[in-house]
Design a protein around this ligand. Structure first.
Ligand SMILES: [Zn+2]
Length: 489
């Protein structure tokens, strides 16, 4: 297809959650609750209030019309009065601001002199306040691609919304754990030439955000909104495209859909549509009107100048430099490359700096074990958090876990998110043997097989202890026992 001839215009907005310790406007941690019952349940009815222009917004109207009851689930350990909109926002999280400034620098943006928190009206019920706070950080940037420069129109820092956990005819239930987590929004402007090119651009953006080492790795932490229009059609926004690989298909289908409408002599309406698993879309709501932003008067504007010196000194290393560093650490070229492309790169750097475990072993877990669990076993590895990996490598370093047992331990943990890694190790009977216990087993094998050589004994012992002892330790201990004077029977 000649995309130029059909007048294809594609824009993308990439949203990526940031892995900061605290939320954007309060000091609650950025953690997700999976099973525990909420400590507080709020019920609200959304009541539409006309905006300052006095006009009824089309998007607001659609949601209000449904008249659904909205239920919010809040938790003591990750929510406070800020999320429930009972208290004004606290000071802006400077860590999140610094990360976003770094991202804006990496995209060569012009950084705003002064940041002003704005309120964006959101009418789907996902925020108890009815608005989302957003801060414009940079404009007029660009990213280099295989088909030339593509414009990065704007970069904003936003608070994430609550997540929908249940919905029926009468009500919508949102969990407030995620609400307030910082997320960066990267809006792509002109320059996307084809559906496949759109995927490349989205990938480049994801790579750049991850290069800061401050991207959250979990399901739903990256969302792409794609907008498409063709000559004779109109701008249609497709929300929440869940993966990069789906982007070309979603755009192709939207082109076909608009072409069909145009051929039938009808008018393409400016809609917001949502993605179905096969890449087709369905109507969600009309596209919202403009002018839905108001200044957040609870937070005073802040100059960016004093932070820029720090930001420019702390830009992350380029992928090439990172690759060289990983190879120096002992990773094979292939593994280093996979690690550079991995969403776990920040985690890898932090974990391998903290624990004296062979870096290649840690990288192997991130690029190979997790991928196997995901692809071969269909497991949701994104529920594994940083503290889980820390616990895993802590146990490994203390020789209380052997590397062969890692896949089993992670599998059990994924199936039972409420347990700790150490519980999974215990449950699997992989507590690891103490030197005394291991020595007793070796002594028993020597006694049972008096004429066998050292190597054979190691074999017998390994068969008995399976995942419970590190082979190197068994060899070492057996050697020691062979060399020490034997006890007479
Ligand atoms: Zn809070």
């Amino acid at each position: 297809m000649d995309y130029d001839e059909i007048g294809l215009r594609v824009g993308i907005e990439v949203h990526h959650s940031l892995d900061t310790e605290r939320k954007l406007f309060c000091s609650c941690p950025t953690l997700l609750k999976t099973k525990d019952n909420p400590d507080l349940i709020l019920e609200r009815k959304q009541r539409f209030v006309a905006g300052e222009t006095g006009e009824i917004d089309a998007a607001a109207f659609e949601e209000t019309k449904k008249g659904k009851k909205i239920i919010y689930e809040a938790y003591k350990d990750c929510n406070c009065l800020v999320e429930t909109d009972e208290e004004p926002p606290h000071a802006l999280n400077v860590e999140a601001l610094k990360v976003t400034l770094i991202i804006a620098e990496l995209f060569h943006c012009r950084i705003v002199d002064e940041i002003q928190v704005m309120r964006k009206t959101i009418v789907d019920g996902s925020l108890p306040s009815g608005f989302q706070r957003t801060i414009l950080i940079g404009v007029n940037g660009w990213v280099q691609t295989s088909q030339g420069e593509v414009e990065i129109e704007a970069i904003a820092l936003e608070e994430d919304s609550g997540r929908l956990v249940a919905s029926d005819k009468e009500s919508l239930t949102f969990r407030l754990d995620r609400l307030g987590t910082p997320e960066v929004e990267v809006a792509v402007g002109k320059g996307i030439k084809s559906p496949e090119h759109a995927r490349e651009v989205a990938k480049k953006i994801g790579d750049t955000v991850r290069s800061t080492g401050k991207a959250i790795v979990r399901e739903g932490s990256v969302r792409q909104d794609v907008n498409v229009s063709i000559k004779g059609g109109d701008r249609v926004e497709i929300k929440h495209v869940p993966s990069l690989s789906l982007i070309p298909a979603v755009i192709e289908r939207e082109i076909t859909r608009q072409q069909t409408i145009i051929k039938a002599g009808k008018k393409v309406s400016r809609d917001v549509r949502k993605v179905l698993p096969d890449g087709s879309t369905e109507f969600l709501r009309p596209l919202a009107g403009a002018a839905r932003m108001y200044p957040e008067t609870d937070i005073i504007p802040m100059a960016t100048g004093p932070l820029l010196g720090w930001v420019r000194k702390n830009l992350p290393e380029t992928p090439e430099k990172r690759l060289q560093r990983y190879v120096k650490k002992g990773l094979s070229e292939e593994m280093a490359r996979q690690m550079v492309d991995s969403e776990y790169l920040g985690l890898f750097d932090r974990v391998s700096a903290k624990f004296k475990v062979e870096p290649a072993l840690i990288a192997g877990v991130f690029v190979s074990t997790l991928r196997d669990l995901e692809r071969r076993e269909g497991l949701n590895v994104s529920i594994l958090a940083e503290k889980d990996f820390e616990e895993l490598f802590y146990l490994l370093k203390g020789k209380r876990l052997v590397k062969e047992a890692i896949p089993e331990v992670l599998k059990l943990k994924i199936g039972n998110p409420e347990i700790k890694i150490s519980d999974a190790v215990k449950k699997l009977g992989l507590g690891g043997l103490s030197d005394e216990e291991l020595a007793a087993i070796i002594a028993k094998k020597i006694k049972e097989n008096p004429s066998q050589p050292e190597g054979k004994i190691v074999g017998f012992v390994m068969k008995d202890v399976r995942g419970n002892a590190d082979p190197a330790r068994v060899i070492q201990l057996t050697k020691k026992m062979f060399n020490s004077p034997r006890q007479s029977p």
